[in-house]
Ligand binder design. Structure first.
Ligand code: FAD
Length: 315
């Protein structure tokens, strides 16, 4: 049933007619404002400032994935740079999520990857020496690009940029990728993974993925990882995992400010507030941009309980 629902939402996400209708329909704005921080970076920063007053941090993300023309890549890079300019004027963490496909990697991997250097340089300059958890967080896409994305992270890290990598618990290789970054004292955002793959390379099924997530939490919050200066970020809405990570952190002597829990803006804001009120460091992934429909409908697809919200916005 859940799979059927999710497939239906993905079909809605791909409909360009529906996208045009929804993005130009004022009635649909409820759906947009639930999951998206604003149409532009100024609105997104307002939203980030509002969250920071409740002690919740943000990771800004410009909506523009899977672009297939150079014009759209240029538009994305301009918007990302604009976000960095605005971050430099604020007191927020310089925390920006970027998908390799946003900057042209799906057109030409090497050219797209090269676009990360000026972005990382601009972010490094923008935050200077000021306090905060600053990083260019590289999002992770399907298994065909994992090897190249991991290599991209290491190249940026070797050049001294404030960079972090998203790793997926569903992939068997993640344990090895993670170990190398732990030993370098880097930063990793751990997700379950939004993709599926065969049992030759992946853990198959929710239970197997979750079991591997727990194993990776153990390693990320080990006493050894703390000594290396590693910074773990647990990006999940799974409250059992939140509880497990918090208990493991306590047992192994990790202070609350030395790791993070991250969720998507609008998905479980009640949980985010509760964790933050208990002193946990919480971050929300905060997308912005006018092209919000495919992103918002995928979020609806992740939880059938969101049916009401969808119907209210469609009618
Ligand atoms: C900050 C962040 C960054 C991410 N980046 C990547 C990435 O780079 N690459 C990648 O492959 N995946 C990424 N993901 C997606 C991730 O891999 C999962 O597909 C997604 O988070 C759902 O898994 P879950 O861990 O939340 O657990 P689930 O088992 O899916 O959900 C746990 C609980 O949370 C609820 N829930 C989940 N989603 C929603 C929602 N949208 N609205 C309301 N309730 C919800 C579920 O109903 C369930 O009760 C990211 C996720 C987050 C939070």
């Amino acid at each position: 049933m859940r799979r059927f629902w999710q497939k239906g939402m993905i079909a809605l996400a791909r409909s360009s007619r529906l996208k045009h209708f929804m993005q130009s329909n004022r009635g649909a704005s409820k759906l947009a404002t639930r999951y998206v921080g604003g149409d532009n970076v100024v609105e997104a920063l307002d939203c980030a400032n509002r969250l920071s007053r409740s002690n919740i941090r943000s990771s800004l993300f410009y909506l523009g994935e899977y672009v297939d023309t150079h014009e759209l890549v240029d538009r994305n890079i301009t918007s990302i740079n604009r976000a960095i300019d605005m971050i430099s004027l604020s007191e927020l963490d310089g925390h920006l999520s970027v998908d390799p496909t946003q900057v042209g990697c799906s057109i030409d991997w090497d050219k797209g990857a090269a676009a990360f250097w000026p972005i990382a340089e601009a972010l490094k300059k923008a935050v200077g020496e000021r306090d905060g958890v600053h990083c260019l967080m590289i999002d992770m896409e399907d298994d065909s690009v994992v090897e190249r994305t991991v290599a991209l992270y290491h190249a940026l890290h070797a050049d001294g940029y404030p960079v972090a990598l998203t790793l997926q618990a569903y992939l068997k290789r993640t344990e090895g990728d993670l170990e190398k970054i732990i030993r370098q004292g880097g930063k990793v955002r751990l997700v379950k993974g939004a993709f599926v793959a065969g049992s030759d390379i992946a853990h198959v099924g929710n239970a197997a993925v979750k079991a591997n997530y727990y194993r990776l939490v153990d390693r990320m919050l080990s006493k050894e990882a703390l000594e290396y200066g590693f910074y773990p970020i647990f990006a999940t809405h799974d409250h059992e995992i939140h509880g497990y990570a918090i208990e493991t952190a306590r047992a192994n002597g990790w202070p609350q400010c030395s790791y993070e829990i991250e969720m998507l803006y609008g998905a479980r804001d009640d949980v985010a507030e509760e964790l933050s009120a208990h002193g946990e460091r919480v971050r929300l992934y905060l997308p912005f941009g006018a092209d919000w429909w495919p992103y918002a409908i995928r979020r609806i697809g992740e939880n059938p309980k969101n049916l009401n919200l969808l119907l209210r916005s469609l009618i």
